[in-house]
Design a protein around this ligand. Structure first.
Ligand code: C2E
Ligand code: MG
Ligand code: MG
Ligand code: MG
Length: 290
């Protein structure tokens, strides 16, 4: 009996892997096409200063509009792109287009943040591409922010830190994304002068509901203050979170409460709280929930 169940488990497991591999292959082939056929789009999610509710900039978030499957989430295709090497071309596309689009925004004080994944980061090449994107678009370097994650700093730290410093010397700011989820990491904070730390939304989600989360978020914000690093809270969805973040002295907020990823013209330059009953997030303004 044991043998039998072992075998059937194995069989089930393989067919599942086949389906997985098949799906990845499909995505991979689709991605090559997507680049050629211009099926990608950048949405922009607003970031507000918490103290005065003023719009400070946007994070660029890629979307893939598949001709038959509809819009595909980056959570699904970015990991595949990282594995098959297409992340470099996709990443270049985002960097150049985000810079071009931001250069055309009416308000020239607004920043644009671009996610650069560890798999796409190649020390000298990344530095050259950032410089090229700025030169070609005419975007002021101070308006560009590069978001990296802790995973980038694990391997090859010296070369990465050197490149980040060079990019920073251009005037571009560097943010650490998803802080607290990686292999933290406090040592990275002493090895590289980040301009910004983004607290991962898994911490923000349970803010006000768990004493431990409240303590961690408050501590990260305090750390930012002592290190003179700005702190952004990701995934802010309700007023309870805002109240706690304000009390803790958080600098910037980003989340559905303030605006979903969308068109830049849709985000007001000052956020006015227009919460519904129970401080529910505003209606889905730009992008439907997946
Ligand atoms: P991320 O860089 O941490 O981006 C924030 C994600 O949180 C976005 O998901 C955003 O839509 C979502 N989000 C923002 N506010 C809220 C909220 O209040 N509630 C909830 N539940 N979610 C919120 P998105 O756009 O699906 O992107 C997912 C991830 O895909 C990004 O996480 C990033 O790691 C990656 N990604 C997206 N665009 C790019 C890109 O152009 N290049 C690279 N390398 N990665 C990208
Ligand atoms: Mg990000
Ligand atoms: Mg993030
Ligand atoms: Mg994330």
């Amino acid at each position: 009996r044991a043998k039998h169940s072992g075998r059937s488990t194995f069989a089930w497991y393989t067919s599942d892997m086949d389906a997985d591999a098949q799906k990845r292959k499909e995505i991979e082939e689709g991605l090559e096409k997507a680049l050629r056929l211009n099926q990608f789009q950048i949405l922009y999610q607003p970031q507000y200063s918490l103290s005065d509710n003023k719009l400070k900039g946007y994070e660029s978030l890629i979307r893939w509009h598949h001709p038959t499957k509809g819009t595909i989430s980056p959570e699904l295709f970015i990991p595949v792109a990282e594995d098959c090497g297409l992340i470099e071309d996709i990443g270049d596309w985002v960097l150049f287009n985000a810079c071009h689009e931001a250069a055309g925004w009416e308000d020239k004080s607004l920043r644009v943040a671009v996610n650069v994944s560890a798999a796409q980061f190649k020390p000298q090449e990344t530095e050259r591409k950032v410089a090229q994107a700025l030169a070609e678009s005419g975007l002021a370097p101070e308006r560009l922010e590069i978001e990296i994650t802790e995973s980038l700093l694990i391997a090859n730290t010296d070369a990465v830190v050197e490149t980040l410093n060079k990019i920073r010397e251009m005037g571009v700011s560097i943010a650490m994304d998803d802080f607290g989820t990686g292999y933290s990491s406090l040592s990275y904070l002493s090895r590289f002068p980040f301009d910004k730390i983004k607290i991962d939304r898994t911490f923000i989600r349970t803010l006000g509901q768990e004493t431990s989360t409240d303590a961690i978020v408050t501590a990260i914000i305090g750390l930012g203050r002592s290190l003179d690093v700005q702190i952004t809270a990701e995934g802010v969805e309700n007023m309870d979170q805002v109240i706690l973040l304000r009390a803790a002295g958080c600098d910037l907020v980003q989340g559905y409460l303030y605006g979903r990823p969308g068109q830049v013209s849709d985000a007001p330059s000052v956020h006015v709280g227009k919460m519904g009953p129970n401080n529910a997030a505003p209606d889905l303004l730009y992008e439907s929930e997946s």
